[in-house]
Design a protein around this ligand. Sequence first.
Ligand code: CMC
Length: 434
Amino acid sequence: MEDTLTITDNRTGKTYDIPIMYGTYKKYGAAIRATDLRQIKFDNEDFGMLSYDPGFGNTASCKSAVTFIDGERGILHYRGYQIDELARKSNFMEVAYLTLHGELPTKAQMEEWTHNITHHTMVHEHMKKFMDGFHHDAHPMGILVSTVAALSTFYPDAKNVRDPETRKQEIYRLVAKMPTISAYAYRHSMGLPYVHPDNELSYAGNFLNMLFKMAEPRYEPNEILEHALDVLFILHVDHEQNCSANTMRSVGSSLPDPYVAVASAAAALYGPLHGGANERVLRMLREIGSIEKVPDYVKRAKAGEFRLMGFGHRVYKNYDPRARILREMAPKVFEVTGKNPLLDIAIELERIALEDDYFVERKLYPNVDFYSGIIYQAMGFPVDMFPVLFAIPRTVGWLAQWQEMLDDSDQRIARPRQVFNGYDIRDYIPVAKR
Ligand code: CMC
């Protein structure tokens, strides 16, 4: 058996043998190089065959060892470790190290990593002035995107992206400063003074401190909520070649500094079809308002009036494993916060949708955003902050994808082709004659 694909061009009768490539195992799928199709020509004038794939439905844009998803079976691994095991046994800082370095850290590596992250949490005082310029009701995601981009002007050396030491430094800074900027965006919108990072607290604990500390001398995060946030962060670290990771790689491929690349990835995340969906789920559940109104709402979604937010996924054609973890975690959070009344509406919506032919046939299951918003809201986060809460841990994934892209000799500047369907040459007509 040969690892090639034989293609016959029925226009010319010619056949072509195209090599097949694999990832680590054959079971993870095979691919052909799209450029191998270019030799298929109708005649010498022909440009050559392209593959047409809007939205990258079946195109591997890279080789990657970071995250593995089996969407049919609802499986998600980071660097070979199962997501539910990481959520149960690990913590965000360790998972962040794993994602960026490929291996779990030793005790010494973990201490060094934690030290480096906690010592880069402060932002320059001028950055605060920059943030002060935003309107009081500015969406925190807009503030986050612009402020992260603005960091580029504070660290001019960051553009040396080929230098591993510089890269390491910028990764520390970005992972460390994302919660600080996010918390300041929140405090700004609330008209509250900024709270400095407390480096004695965990990553999630310090974030809660910067958000919610009031007049108390020292903020003590509630352990259950701190743990829940840590798990939420783990679940959002990476998700292979999603819209924002693809943006990070695409923008990063022209070799700008990582601040503007992360800002662009965060902008991609902001949209309602990606990380903005958690915010929309909450608004949808509020709009439904009561369990009795769920059937009618589902009917309207089926009629194409709108989509059920938090349902469906390009890759998962089964229950999103992250949504399952969150569904199980929600009651523990509610023991502290009191139950979010929207949970009952969400559970009923899930029940009705999962029994309905429309959703069954299309394999539309709840995704991570379906339950995350209900938990965030119970924890006291305003709805506007939900995509920001997604962006903080996802920064780790973006940076892992970015590093992998820079170290991959196959990668060049991202530059897709098109199938041109416009006019051929036309004669210019002066305006008086049009
Ligand atoms: N509600 C109702 N119908 C849906 C939904 C939904 N949420 N999602 C997909 N469909 C239907 C869609 O109308 C289409 O039906 P038909 O074949 O009759 O035209 C079919 O299912 C396939 O949909 P698609 O748009 O081709 O699927 P896609 O892979 O391009 O889109 C998606 C994936 C996530 C954008 C989409 O499912 C969606 O819009 N979901 C709601 C938004 C959401 O929850 N996004 C969060 C995604 S998970 C976290 C993240 O990645 O950020």
